[in-house]
Design a protein around this ligand. Sequence first.
Ligand SMILES: [Zn+2]
Length: 287
Amino acid sequence: MKKLLLSIGAGLLIIGAILVGMKFWFKPDLVYKRNAKKAAKDLASASKVIEDEETSKIYTFEEASKIYKVDQSLLLVNQEHTIDADFPSDIVEYKDTGVLMNSCITEHYSDLSAAVSEKIGDKLYVMSSYRSYEDQQRVYEEEGAEIAALPGTSEHQTGLALDVYVSEFAGAGFIESDAGMFVNEHCYDYGFIIRYPYGGESVTGFTYEPWHIRYVGLPHSKIIEESGCLFDNYADLFEIGKYYEYYGYEIARMPEDRIEIPKDAQDVLLSEDGLGYVFVTIKTAEK
Ligand SMILES: [Zn+2]
């Protein structure tokens, strides 16, 4: 009898485990939601309050941007948060190649492609980088809504996203190559993320795109990697106005009219998130 009860118990446990597994199998985006919750908790435990008038100063975004470096690295662009046709993307040419990208990513893309050459022995190419609103309109009309993003909803318009490939492995096939595996595993170390990961479709609006890398900068890419959350939910992890310590960085998300910066901060970067707030990223230690 005891044996029978035990095996019934074990059976129920196994069925339970299968049901839980199935829940995540059918709805992989639940994993991202669960991860985001945990990440917010982890960040909260790494937080630090700076509210001493002696040690910090309050600025508006306009004031702060005259003193500190500003880039567009943390701008959220998706179907809900669109950019206008005349959005002033900060575009430069990459190493006389004719490839246009956002000025904040050139150095980091150069490092990533050098790592692919060095570690994998393959050459990384850019299939598509900056696309103007008009270019996107044309792509949308040619390829249709199934494949192309609606103008104003594409990260390519910011120059922060790159579609990369190596010889013989492009598009979905990119992940079949060693270089594709390397980029998908290690782009986070160079400030990039896989913007549309597997299973995130119900949030991102895109199925897995192993070739589409998006620059967000360090340490944000590492936090996204370690927490397993989606960039669409990233800003929500932060409590407004609070500083978080993270591996040699201090980061905070501040309202545009009240940006608090420690007076002794040296290496400060300001990035608008497109949601009405500004990320402050301060490098506190050499890596
Ligand atoms: Zn893309």
